[in-house]
Write a protein that binds this ligand. Sequence first.
Ligand code: TXA
Ligand code: MG
Length: 348
Amino acid sequence: MDAERHVAEVLPTHTPELFAAAVRRAADLLRAGEVVALPTETVYGLAANALDARAVAKIYEIKGRPAHNPIIVHVADFALARRCVSAWPEAAERLAKSFWPGPLTLVLPRASEIPNLVTAGGDTVGVRWPRHPFMQAVIRECGFPLAAPSANLSNQVSPTNAEHVRQGLGGRIPLIVDGGQSQVGIESTVVDVSGAGVRVLRPGMIHEAALAAALGELRWPIEEMSSQKSSEDARETLRSPGLLERHYAPTARLVVCAWRDDDDLLAQLAVYRAHAAHTFVIAHTRIPSGMNFGGVSVIPHDAEAYARALYGELHRCDAEGAELIAVEAPPSRPEWAAIADRLRRASA
Ligand code: TXA
Ligand code: MG
């Protein structure tokens, strides 16, 4: 089945008048059961009315998303969040109070009002109250929750600006709202609080120590999914299909490595047999110099700034025809865990 043909209208939001006009246009399309791309602080989302199964079906079709992968529901207040779920345990209360609005998705028992398509037939629903003012304004204007995965074709790198969305999906959707560069830059932390205990299903910039601090004495053994591997992963895939190994990947081959100096880097890259002109390096401490790489990007040695810049660099490498992307290994500190996770998946 072919997705309907469109040439996406791209609406700016940088004055109060433009912002208000874009809210009205997005809400009109969403009320009519259409799918539109909207900015969030993590990555851009491909949004539809979460209570309208036919609208949600279009999301799967447009993205080429497998039907077994559930979609996060976005809300803009606690009342709407509670309407999407059938239980609100103390752990959800504490995490939501600490991190909402923000880059945290809580997996909870679903309300019957949420269509099967949103939950991929499962008993739980992922709920997030995003911080981006545009997303909040549209949800308030609509009055219904918005189902929204990242606004990219399935298995590609998530978009962090409107142009990334236009390049990937511009021919398949009627509207892209330009809300600027996504300030977090990688996808939300997904935490399962639907059963006994708290499980991190997808690491994000709200890391384990921050979650534990918010949970206080409720601090059940937090099971950190990303630190375990292989057989565990295979089992977890069923619980959260977004954890499939190769995901968040650019078209080019991506390798993560640490090097002492330029010669060491060249020696390590030789095994991949890529032309220097088609090799791109993303570095944060040891910056290669005087070599004929297709490109060298320096991104800040600071986890938050790095996360904000990373996907933009991967999109740029792909756009410039990279065959090989060598990324300097990130530090192993907790605030870098989600970045390391995304790089590991992109290189799998
Ligand atoms: O930051 C984000 O989370 C962005 C923005 C748009 O909000 N959304 C996003 O959606 O990254 P998506 O669909 O690309 O990734 C959602 C992840 C997937 O790994 C999915 O399997 C998992 O969340 N997920 C969603 N609902 C779930 C549920 N009920 N149980 C377990 N995992 C769930
Ligand atoms: Mg995604």
